[in-house]
Design a protein around this ligand. Structure first.
Ligand SMILES: Cc1cc2nc3c(=O)[nH]c(=O)nc-3n(C[C@H](O)[C@H](O)[C@H](O)COP(=O)(O)OP(=O)(O)OC[C@H]3O[C@@H](n4cnc5c(N)ncnc54)[C@H](O)[C@@H]3O)c2cc1C
Ligand code: SF4
Ligand code: SF4
Length: 565
C-alpha cells in the first residue's frame, strides 16, 4: 500500500517525526513522502491533524446507526484551545462534561500555534525567579495600543487572567517550562518564535510552526480524559435544539448518523470561519481567487468553517463578519530567517508596480491590521495587488546587516540565514527574486524597470536627508540602496485563524442577541468570538490568540459552573 500527502500541508513536521524510515521530507515548502524510502507502516497517517495523509486503498464505509441520545451538564463544542481548556477545567471543577470535535483529531488551529504571552503567572514566574510583570505589561500595552485604552481595571484583569490559567496549568504539570524573551521595553515575554520547538524537536529547528500550541493542548486533553470528560471525535455540531425558547441540546452528526446531546450549558469553541471559501468571498471577493498564490494563505484545520457562527445565527444571536490578515512569506512553513526578514526595518516594501506601498518598520509582521477600518494598511494593499503580492526589497548590504543581527536558534546553532535566503529565492511557485541590477530584478517581477529605479532613487534621497517624506520611516532605519545583487522577497496575506469578526459575547463570554440581551446557557470565546470586548488589548485580550484561547476556556468553565449551580 502506498501513502501520499494531499494538498494543504502546512509543514508542522509531526508526520516527519513519526516516520521510522526517514521517508518524509520538505520540498518547496511542503512535506512529501519519498516512495523509495517509505515502508508502508502507516504510522504517519494518524499524526496529521489535517488528515492529509492518505493511502491508495479506498477507506471502508462507516457503519450507520440510529440516532444516539446523550446528556451531560456541559457540552463543549470544538476541541481546540478553548475547548480543551474549558473541558479540562470544568471536569476539574466537578462538572459532567461531553466534548465533541468535528475533526478526527483534537487540537484545532491551536495545535499549530507557536507561543504567546502569559503575564501575571505568579507561581510560574516565581519558579523561574522572575518578578510579577503585570504592571510593566499594563504600561507596555498602554504604550503600544492604537485606539486609546479606557478601562484600566479591565486591562489589568485581562492581563492577570492569562497568568491565572498558566499558574493552574503549571500545577497540573510542574515539569512545564518556557523561555522568556524580553521585549525592547524589557517586559518578559514567554515564548519567542525562535523558541518555538520547545518540548518537541523537528528535524530542522529553523523551519516550521511551533509546538507550544500542541504541547499545552495535549496536556489539557489528557487532563480532561483523566478527569472523566466523555470525548467524541468526528462529531460535528449542526444546530441548537430548543424547548419553550430554552436551549436544551445540540444536534450533531458523526460518520454513522445523528447524535443528540442534551445539556444545561454549552461552550462554543468552534474556531474561525477562514476555511469557508463562500463566507470569505462574501466578505471580500479578492480573498479567494483562482490563482493559489493570490489567495490568502490560510493555515488551519479544514473543519473551521464557521459552524458555531451559523448555529448562533439560527438561534437569533448576533454575529459580525470581518477579516484580519497579517503579512507573511508566500508559503508555510517558512524558515526563522525568512520570518525575521519581514520585520527587518531597513527593507523597503514595494507593490506590484514597483512603488513603495507601506512601511512596517515600526510594526511587527503579525500586527494583524484588519483589512477594513481605521488601522487598515498593509493587508488591504496586498489584497488589491494583481497577484496578491507585495515585495520586500533589499540590497546585498541590507541583507548582510540583517544576517549579522539574527540571533542563534534555540539549540545555540547559528541561524543558517544565508542558506535560507538562497532557498527562498529559489522557490518555484512564486516569481524569482534575485538579480544583479534593479532593472533585471524588475524584469523578473514583471514591473517597469524605470519605476523601480525611480522608487529606489527617491528612497535614497530620503536616506541622504534623514527624512522619509512618504512613509515616515524612523531615520535610524533609513539605509540607502547601494550595489547589487538586489532581492525582492514576495509577501502575501496570510491568516492563521483569528478572525476579527465572530459571535458577539459579553465580558463573561455569554452569547448575545443583536439587542445586547444574553442567550442563557451559551458561552463562546477564541477564534469563534468577536474581539470587541477586549478593547484592543492585543494578545493579552482574554478572548483571542493562543494564550487567550486556553485562558478563556479556563475562565468560562468557572462561569458556567456558577450558571449551572
Ligand atoms: C499556524 C498557526 C499559528 C499560530 N500562531 C499563534 C501564535 O504564535 N500566538 C498566538 O497567540 N496565536 C497564534 N495562532 C492563533 C491561535 O492559535 C488561535 O487564535 C487559538 O488557538 C484559537 O483557539 P480556538 O479554540 O478558538 O480554535 P481552534 O483551536 O481552531 O479550535 C476549534 C475547533 O473546533 C472544531 N470545530 C469546528 N466546528 C465544529 C463543529 N461544528 N462541531 C465540533 N467541532 C467543531 C474544529 O475542528 C477545531 O478543532 C496561530 C494559529 C495557527 C493556525
Ligand atoms: S507510511 Fe510509514 S514509512 Fe511511509 S511515510 Fe508514513 S511513517 Fe514513513
Ligand atoms: S500538515 Fe503536518 S502532519 Fe500533515 S502532512 Fe503536513 S507536515 Fe505532515
Amino acid at each position: 500500500m502506498a501513502y501520499y500527502i494531499k494538498k494543504g500541508c502546512i509543514g508542522c513536521h509531526y508526520c516527519e517525526l513519526e516516520c521510522p524510515a526517514g521517508a518524509i521530507y520538505i520540498q518547496n515548502g511542503f512535506n512529501q513522502i519519498d516512495q523509495e524510502k517509505c515502508i508502508g507502516c502507516g504510522s504517519c497517517v494518524d499524526r496529521c491533524n489535517l488528515d492529509l495523509i492518505a493511502s491508495t486503498d479506498p477507506a471502508p464505509a462507516p457503519e450507520k446507526h440510529s440516532p444516539i441520545e446523550l446528556s451531560c451538564q456541559l457540552l463543549v463544542i470544538g476541541a481546540g484551545g478553548v475547548g480543551t481548556g474549558a473541558a479540562a477545567r470544568a471536569a476539574d471543577l466537578g462538572l459532567d462534561v461531553i466534548l465533541i470535535e468535528a475533526g478526527k483529531h483534537y487540537g484545532g488551529g491551536t495545535w499549530f500555534a507557536h507561543g504567546g504571552q502569559f503575564p501575571g503567572a505568579h507561581k510560574f514566574y516565581a519558579k523561574l525567579g522572575k518578578p510579577s510583570d503585570i504592571e510593566p505589561q499594563v504600561q507596555f500595552w498602554l504604550r503600544n495600543q492604537k485606539n486609546g485604552y479606557k478601562n484600566m481595571d479591565k486591562l489589568r484583569s485581562n492581563i492577570a487572567a492569562n497568568g491565572e490559567f498558566l499558574d493552574w496549568f503549571y500545577e497540573l504539570d510542574p515539569s512545564f517550562t518556557a523561555p522568556f524573551v524580553p521585549t525592547p521595553e524589557g517586559v518578559p515575554v514567554a515564548f519567542d518564535m525562535k523558541e518555538r520547538h520547545i518540548n518537541k524537536k523537528s528535524n530542522d529547528d529553523s523551519i516550521g510552526p511551533g509546538w507550544m500550541g500542541s504541547w499545552i493542548t495535549e496536556k489539557l486533553f489528557e487532563t480532561a480524559m483523566k478527569k472523566g470528560v466523555r470525548y467524541f471525535n468526528q462529531t460535528r455540531a449542526v444546530e441548537f435544539l430548543c424547548e419553550d425558547d430554552t436551549v436544551t441540546g445540540v444536534l450533531a452528526t458523526d460518520p454513522g448518523g445523528e447524535v443528540i446531546i442534551r445539556a444545561g450549558a454549552f461552550i462554543l469553541g468552534t474556531g474561525g470561519y477562514m476555511m469557508n471559501d463562500e463566507r470569505m468571498r462574501a466578505i471580500d471577493p479578492d480573498m479567494i481567487r483562482e490563482d493559489p498564490v493570490a489567495t490568502y494563505l490560510r493555515l488551519n484545520v479544514p473543519t473551521n468553517v464557521g459552524d458555531g457562527h451559523e448555529m448562533v445565527e439560527k438561534l437569533g444571536g448576533a454575529v459580525n463578519y470581518g477579516f484580519g490578515g497579517t503579512r507573511g512569506p508566500t508559503h508555510h512553513p517558512w524558515s526563522y530567517a525568512v520570518n525575521m526578514m519581514l520585520m527587518n526595518p531597513e527593507a523597503v516594501f514595494i507593490d506590484a508596480e514597483g512603488k513603495r506601498c507601506f512601511d512596517l518598520s515600526n510594526e511587527p509582521m503579525g500586527g494583524g491590521a484588519p483589512i477594513s477600518g481605521p488601522n487598515c494598511t498593509a493587508s488591504e494593499i496586498i489584497l488589491r495587488q494583481k497577484r496578491g503580492l507585495c515585495y520586500l526589497l533589499m540590497d546585498e548590504a541590507m541583507l548582510e546587516r540583517f544576517g549579522s543581527r539574527i540571533r542563534p536558534l534555540d539549540n545555540g546553532r547559528p541561524c543558517p540565514w544565508r542558506e535560507e535566503v538562497d532557498a527562498e529565492v529559489a522557490l518555484e511557485d512564486v516569481p524569482g527574486r534575485k538579480a544583479d541590477t534593479l532593472a533585471a530584478l524588475a524584469e523578473k517581477l514583471g514591473i517597469e524597470p524605470e519605476t523601480l529605479e525611480a522608487t529606489v532613487s527617491r528612497y535614497n534621497g530620503f536616506c541622504a536627508g534623514r527624512q522619509d517624506a512618504d512613509f515616515g520611516k524612523k531615520p535610524e532605519h533609513l539605509m540607502a540602496f547601494g550595489e547589487g545583487p538586489y532581492y525582492a522577497f514576495a509577501v502575501r496575506n496570510f491568516d492563521n485563524g483569528a478572525s476579527r469578526g465572530g459571535i458577539s459575547i459579553d465580558e463573561d463570554f455569554r452569547v448575545l442577541r443583536p439587542d445586547g440581551t444574553v442567550i442563557p446557557g451559551i458561552y463562546c470565546a477564541g477564534d469563534a468570538a468577536t474581539y470587541s470586548w477586549t478593547e484592543n488589548v492585543g494578545p493579552v485580550g482574554l478572548c483571542g490568540g493562543l494564550a487567550g484561547s486556553w485562558a478563556s476556556g479556563y475562565h468560562m468553565a468557572e462561569l458556567v459552573k456558577d450558571f449551572l449551580t
